[in-house]
Design a protein around this ligand. Structure first.
Ligand code: NOJ
Length: 500
C-alpha cells in the first residue's frame, strides 16, 4: 500500500521514477503494441525492481504522427492501449503494490486531428507572414493551411500545431484536463515541452535563426522560455497542491544550462524538472563532474530537488552512447551506481535495468516519422524503442504473442528479464540491489585522483572510476560493485562502500 510521509519531505524528493514507453513495454492482446493491461500484468516485476513510480508515456487517442505526442483527445485512452476503466484499474492495482502513477500531458501542441483545430482555430497560433522560426524536427515551423488560408505554427511535426497559450480558453481547457486526471488519482504529471507553451505575441524573428534541433538547447528564445510561463506554473502548482497526497508536476525543460532549468523549479513553480545535463555528457570524468556540480549548485540556489536522467525514449541507449560493446555496458552499469547514489529524484527508462543497447534498424523498418522527415540527417529514435525482451526464447520474447511493432534483434533473449533474473552480476540484479540500498542524507565530494568521481551520502561512499588509473577501493565494507573487483576499481567500474 502507499504510505504518506506527511511529516517528512514529500515522497517524490527522493524517488526513482521508471519510464514506461507504453507501446514497447508489454502487449496483452497480441496486436504487437504494448498496452495498459500489459503494464498491469507486469506490476509485480516493477514492484520487485524497487522503483517508486511509473511514468506512462501518452496513451491518449492519437494518429501517431509523433507516437502519441500528437494528442487528439486529452481525456480518453486510445482503444489500442485500453480504456478509461482499464486506466482506473491500473492506478488501483499500482497503488495496491506501492507504486505511484505519473502521466504525460502534452500542452504545447495538439494533433492536427484534434477537433479543436477545426472547431476552435483561435486556440492555435496563426500568421499570414511566416517568421524565421524553425521546427525542432527540421524545416520551417510554419505550414500553410488551405482551409484557413493562413500559416499555423508547429515547433515539432506539421501534424502537431502549437496552441496559443495567450488565449484564456486554452488555459481553461487545460485546467479541466489536469483536473480530470488528478481526479482519477494520478500521483504526478509530466509536462511535455514545459519550456514551450507561450510564444512571443509579436511573432518576431529570432535574432539568429536557431537550427530546429538546437531550439531546446539554450534558453530565452522568442518561441520558448517566455516570462509568461512562470506565473502560469505558479497557478498550476496551486491547482496540483490543492489535491491530497503530495502529487507533483515534473517539467520537461530541455535546456543544457542547469541555471536556466532551475528557473522553473522555484519553490512555488514546478515541483521537479527533468535535468538533462548529465545525459548530454559523454563518458568523461571532467564533464560529468562539471554537470553534477552545475546541477547541484543551480538546484540548491532555488531550493529545488535535483533530478537525474540518463536514458529516455528520445535518446540512444546508454551503453551505446558510452562506446558500445562490453566497455559501453560496463560504463552504463557504473553510471547506474552514480545515478542512484546522487541526491534527489532519478528517472530510469524501461530496459535500462537490462543493459539494453541501441538496436540498429534498417531504414525501411524504422517507424519514427522524424527519421523520414529529416531525410536521415537525424538518426530517429526507434533504436531505443524496440519492445522489451521479457523471456529468452519465445517468439516476441514474451513481449507479444503477435508481431512486435518494431522488430526485436536476434539474440535479444540473452538480455531478457528471465535470462538475468537471479543471476549474480547481471545488470538487472545490479539495479535491484542498488534500488534496495539507495542512500539518503547530505552529499559531499571526497577528494580523489584525476579521472574518478567519489562522494559520500551519510555513511555510504559512491566511487566511480570514469577514466582514471585503477583506484584502490575506498576503505569500508563493499556494498555493491558494478563488476567483480579485486581490490582495485578499474576505469569503467563503480562501487558503493559502507563506512558504517
Ligand atoms: C518530448 C517527447 O519526449 C518527445 O518524444 C516528443 O517528440 C516531443 N516532446 C514533442 O512532443
Amino acid at each position: 500500500m502507499l504510505t504518506q510521509h506527511k511529516v517528512s519531505a514529500p515522497w517524490w524528493r527522493n524517488a526513482v521514477v521508471y519510464e514506461i514507453y507504453i507501446r514497447s513495454f508489454a502487449d496483452s492482446d497480441g496486436d504487437g503494441l504494448g498496452d495498459l493491461e500489459g503494464i498491469r500484468s507486469r506490476l509485480p516485476y516493477l514492484a520487485s525492481l524497487g522503483v517508486d513510480a511509473l511514468w506512462l508515456t501518452p496513451f491518449y487517442p492519437s494518429p501517431d504522427a509523433d507516437h502519441g505526442y500528437d494528442v487528439a483527445d486529452y481525456t480518453d485512452v486510445d482503444r489500442r492501449f485500453g480504456s478509461l476503466a482499464g486506466f482506473d484499474a491500473l492506478v488501483t492495482d499500482a497503488h495496491d503494490q506501492g507504486l505511484r502513477i505519473v502521466i504525460d500531458l502534452v500542452p504545447n501542441h495538439t494533433s492536427i486531428e484534434h477537433p479543436w483545430f477545426r472547431e476552435h482555430p483561435e486556440y492555435y497560433v496563426w500568421t499570414d507572414e511566416p517568421n524565421n522560426w524553425l521546427s525542432v524536427f527540421g524545416g520551417p515551423a510554419w505550414t500553410h493551411d488551405e482551409e484557413h488560408g493562413r500559416f499555423y505554427l508547429h515547433l515539432f511535426a506539421r501534424e502537431q500545431p502549437d496552441l496559443d497559450w495567450h488565449n484564456p480558453d486554452v488555459r481553461r481547457e487545460f485546467e479541466s484536463i489536469y483536473r480530470f486526471w488528478l481526479d482519477r488519482g494520478v500521483d504526478g504529471i509530466r509536462v511535455d515541452v514545459a519550456h514551450g507553451l507561450f510564444k512571443d505575441p509579436e511573432l518576431a524573428d529570432e535574432a539568429e535563426p536557431v537550427p530546429g534541433a538546437e531550439l531546446h538547447s539554450f534558453g530565452r528564445r522568442r518561441a520558448i522560455d517566455r516570462p509568461e510561463l512562470h506565473p502560469y506554473y505558479r497557478d498550476l502548482r496551486r491547482l496540483v497542491d490543492s489535491y491530497p497526497g503530495d502529487r507533483f508536476l515534473v517539467g520537461e525543460v530541455y535546456f543544457r544550462e542547469a541555471a536556466r532549468v532551475a528557473d522553473y523549479v522555484r519553490p512555488d513553480e514546478l515541483h521537479l524538472v527533468f535535468n538533462f545535463t548529465l545525459l548530454h555528457e559523454e563518458w568523461s570524468s571532467g564533464s560529468m563532474r562539471a554537470a553534477i556540480e552545475r546541477t547541484l549548485a543551480s538546484m540548491a540556489g532555488v531550493g529545488a530537488t535535483p533530478s537525474w536522467v540518463l536514458e529516455t525514449h528520445d535518446v540512444a541507449r546508454l551503453p551505446t552512447r558510452y562506446g558500445g560493446g562490453a566497455d559501453g555496458l560496463r560504463r552504463a552499469r557504473a553510471a547506474a551506481l552514480l545515478l542512484l547514489a546522487l541526491p534527489g529524484t532519478a528517472f530510469l527508462y524501461q530496459g535500462q535495468e537490462l543493459g539494453l543497447e541501441e538496436v540498429e534498424l534498417a531504414d525501411e523498418l524504422r517507424q519514427d516519422p522524424i527519421f523520414f522527415r529529416t531525410g536521415g540527417t537525424r538518426l530517429g529514435r526507434d533504436g531505443c524503442r524496440v519492445p522489451l525482451p521479457w523471456t529468452a526464447d519465445e517468439p516476441g520474447f514474451g513481449f507479444t504473442t503477435g508481431t512486435p511493432w518494431l522488430p526485436q534483434p536476434d539474440g535479444f533473449g540473452a538480455r531478457s528479464v528471465t535470462a538475468q533474473d537471479g543471476r549474480e552480476y547481471s545488470t538487472l540484479e545490479l539495479f535491484r540491489a542498488a534500488l534496495a540500498q539507495r542512500p539518503g542524507g547530505p552529499f559531499a565530494w571526497v577528494e580523489s585522483p584525476p579521472g574518478t568521481l567519489v562522494f559520500m551520502r551519510d555513511e555510504l561512499t559512491c566511487a566511480v572510476n570514469v577514466d582514471g588509473e585503477p583506484l584502490p577501493v575506498p576503505a569500508g565494507e563493499l556494498v555493491l560493485a558494478s563488476e567483480p573487483l579485486e581490490g582495485l576499481l578499474p576505469a569503467g567500474a563503480g562501487a558503493w562502500i559502507s563506512t558504517h
